[in-house]
Design a protein around this ligand. Structure first.
Ligand code: ATP
Length: 320
């Protein structure tokens, strides 16, 4: 149910909500925005589409919607390019750019125009305005809306056609903590209703409480396509923090034993590849005093940063 309306996907037997991307490539001049991307996005779960700035997420979503033509490869929704589908917003709803709305119109007038051009009942407009919490400001000009209100309006537009497939590009931008929590709950509910929900973000912290499945891209290429638990298990690296007054002796000894060691300015060592017990034994063997020996698991955010580190397009202070 969305806004009190039951969806009737089963009445259209060609619609199961699967997005299939095969060898999808998009070049803009010398920039390869999407590079032989192959993945399948399935219904019934929230799929997080993650990657650093410039990774190609927005371009991929635009290719799925047929707003850009691929240089090579295909992006199909339910087995056909979306542009060949007659149902428009009733098949795929999307939030791409929340700023891309006529500022002189009211929120209600904006949604009514969309409903009219997509053969959607006018009554649906007030339902989605209520759903996203904009009912009270529905008559106000969109030009006066905050970024968070615009995001809510964009989400209302995506929900308007009660579609089985929903795409959201950076939907958390501009939302306050309450808004973030609301969007998370909304996405999970839409997925639980059996819809396909694809949500792009450049922040793992936004996705780890939202998505069940993760697709990670960098510089247009696929880096990971797995569920959240697999991602956490694969990259949840165990790190040991070691504080000692004799880092000059212990550091090399840990490296010789196969550890990867980085030293902070205050002498604290961060070690991967060795357990705390092994480090304690090595310290003891070298007569080194320890002041701290602590094990912790890297957060998903750290794992994501490590995974995409060499594919970051825009990096402060870095030269390419
Ligand atoms: N219309 C365009 N013309 C030229 N280059 C483009 C165009 N659209 C995107 N690009 C380039 O393609 C690459 C991918 O951009 P895209 O916006 O798809 O990435 P993104 O992952 O959505 O990034 P962000 O998180 O910053 O929104 C970038 O290098 C970008 O500069």
């Amino acid at each position: 149910m969305v806004g009190g309306t039951t969806i009737h996907r089963r009445s259209c037997d060609t619609v199961d909500g699967v997005i299939e991307i095969r060898d999808l490539t998009k070049r803009y001049g010398r920039t390869t925005a999407v590079d032989r991307l192959t993945l399948t996005v399935r219904p019934g779960q929230v799929t997080g589409f993650l990657g650093p700035n410039g990774a190609g997420k927005s371009t991929t979503l635009r290719l799925v919607l047929g707003l850009h033509r691929p240089t090579a490869g295909t992006a199909l929704v339910d087995g056909a390019p979306f542009t060949d589908r007659p149902r428009g917003l009733r098949h795929v709803g999307a939030l791409l750019d929340a700023g891309d709305v006529h500022g002189g119109r009211s929120a209600r007038a904006h949604l009514r125009a969309l409903a009219r051009s997509n053969g959607i009942a006018r009554s649906r407009v007030d339902e989605v305005l209520h759903e996203v919490g904009l009912a009270e400001v529905a008559g106000r000009r969109v030009g006066g809306f905050s970024l968070g209100m615009r995001q809510r309006l964009g989400i209302a537009a995506a929900l308007l056609g009660d579609p089985p497939v929903l795409l959201f590009d950076e939907p958390f931008n501009g939302l306050d903590p309450e808004g973030v929590r609301w969007v998370r709950g909304l996405f999970r509910r839409l997925a639980a209703e059996g819809r396909t929900v694809l949500v792009s973000s450049h922040l793992m912290s936004e996705m780890e409480q939202t998505a069940e499945h993760l697709v990670v891209i960098g510089r247009g290429e696929l880096i990971a396509d797995e569920n959240l638990a697999q991602f956490a298990a694969r990259s949840g690296q165990v790190q040991v923090t070691v504080r000692t007054p004799d880092a000059a002796t212990l550091g090399p000894a840990l490296r010789v034993a196969g550890g990867t060691v980085s030293a902070a300015a205050d002498g604290t060592l961060t070690v991967t590849g060795l357990t705390a017990a092994r480090i304690g034994d090595l310290a003891s063997g070298h007569g080194v005093t320890l002041h701290e020996l602590a094990t912790r698991t890297a957060s998903l955010e750290e794992a994501f940063m490590a995974l995409t580190a060499d594919r970051v397009e825009y990096q402060a202070g870095a030269h390419r």
